[in-house]
Design a protein around this ligand. Structure first.
Ligand SMILES: Nc1nc2c(ncn2[C@@H]2O[C@H](COP(=O)(O)OP(=O)(O)OP(=O)(O)O)[C@@H](O)[C@H]2O)c(=O)[nH]1
Ligand SMILES: [Mg+2]
Length: 397
């Protein structure tokens, strides 16, 4: 299956049907009055959140979505039929931006959430409506109005509570495999993971949270190195980031330097996301002799000037991972409680989300600007170049 997380579509609502101009004509009924019926309303286009979808790939093949027009009114006082509404399924996690106004129309974050994206045209009135004591034979009708037409940009970002950040090979996929049922591929070469993977971390009967593993980042990602920064958008819905650092990289790179590079790239992508709480997760401790472990950990923490929470784990042998996920669960629960009880905490969270939304609209704007500056003959019919976003993947059950 292809994984596509951005798409451009056009939605067009149905036009309203015109009102009808007609007079009653019957044998033995001279001068029958006006009997032109009204048109029908145009159908609307709605988006609806669907949990069976997890990519926007369908929108690569179909870009134009049109709801039915309303029928015109008819003689004998018959109204036209209203146009059918069109419901377009989108994955939960889809943000909808009107490309022309750069307005975020909606964020579809729930299953079954319905969003109106193009309103149907109003019906026109038939001449029957314009009959009066002074005008028994009105020739007036009104036309139906046009339905809305909108250019939309869809952006799908996975819904997760905790996101994994780190260099390729840091062990992000190994970690999600060890704490959830997700089974993304693990291998000792960079960029094994090409698409986000979600895992449900279960701690008890009812206690769980969702973890997102995204492709690794390297220095220069903001200039397009590696897979670039585009997958970081899948971390923007998370509350907490685990910065996974390999304490004994086999290429002998310096874990401190690479960790700093990651933080720099994160800031380049999104200042707001870089302010989200981040925990340092030092991985692959099993590779170090027991007596060196603490010294190495402390050296990394000191060199980074790290003051936040630190966890020492071995993702491959599950050491320390329980402690890590339990702490994350407690933190997430506490955070939700705070937001329920404390208005300031809730306001801070909402402000954070608003900033990330603004940043994502700014990214869309920037890409649009870049495209529009290109000479017309080079531009294609789409404002966005999505093709480089396609990656072949298979989803774990
Ligand atoms: N010894 C040891 N090896 C590990 C540990 N965690 C991961 N590895 C190994 O490190 C290599 C990379 O692991 P992945 O989980 O694929 O790393 P990743 O961060 O997902 O890498 P990308 O998908 O390329 O970004 C694999 O060969 C893993 O077996 C660990 O705790 N100890
Ligand atoms: Mg991986």
């Amino acid at each position: 299956m292809q994984f596509v997380d951005e798409a451009s579509i056009i939605v067009e609502a149905g036009n309203g049907g015109n009102g009808c101009l007609s007079f009653r004509r019957e044998k033995y009924v001279p001068k029958g009055g006006p009997d032109g019926g009204d048109g029908g309303h145009g159908g609307c286009v709605y988006l609806i959140g669907d949990d069976a979808l997890n990519t926007l790939v369908d929108f690569k093949f179909q870009r134009f979505y049109k709801a039915e027009n309303g029928q015109g009114g008819m003689g004998r006082q018959m109204s036209g039929k209203a146009g059918e509404d069109l419901h377009v399924k989108v994955p939960v996690g889809t943000t909808v931006v009107d490309v022309d106004t750069l307005e975020v129309i909606a964020d579809v974050t729930e299953i079954g959430q319905v969003v109106l994206v193009a309103e149907g045209g109003r019906r026109g009135l038939g001449n029957i409506h314009f009959k009066s004591s002074t005008n028994r034979a009105p020739r007036r009708t009104t036309p139906g109005t046009e339905g809305d037409r909108r250019n939309l940009r869809l952006e799908m970002k996975v819904m997760a509570d905790v996101g994994l950040l780190g260099m390729p090979n840091a062990g992000k996929s190994t970690l999600i495999r060890s704490v959830s049922a997700a089974k993304p591929k693990v291998a000792n070469y960079p960029f094994t993971t090409l698409v986000p993977n979600l895992g449900v971390v279960k701690l008890g009967m009812h206690e769980h949270f969702v973890m997102a593993d995204v492709p690794g980042l390297i220095e220069g990602a903001s200039d397009g190195a590696g897979l670039g920064l585009r997958f970081l958008k899948h971390l923007t819905r998370t509350r907490l980031l685990f910065h996974v650092v390999d304490v004994a990289p086999f290429d002998e790179s310096d874990p401190v330097e690479t960790a700093q590079a990651i933080v720099h790239e994160l800031g380049q992508f999104s200042p707001a996301l870089s302010e989200r709480p981040r925990w340092l997760v030092l991985n692959k401790f099993d590779l170090l002799p027991v007596e060196e472990r603490e010294e190495r950990a402390q050296a990394i923490i000191d060199a980074l000037g790290w003051e936040g929470p630190v966890f020492r784990i071995s993702a491959i042998s599950n050491e320390g991972t329980d402690k890590l996920v339990q702490a994350a669960y407690r933190w997430l629960t506490e955070q939700r409680r705070l937001e329920n009880e404390d208005e300031e905490a809730l306001a801070r969270e909402q402000e954070m989300r608003r900033r990330m939304e603004d940043e994502s609209v700014a990214r869309i704007e920037e890409r649009l600007g870049r495209r529009r500056k290109r000479p017309a003959e080079e531009a294609d019919d789409d404002d966005f170049d999505d093709d480089d976003y396609d990656v072949e993947i298979e989803y774990a059950p």
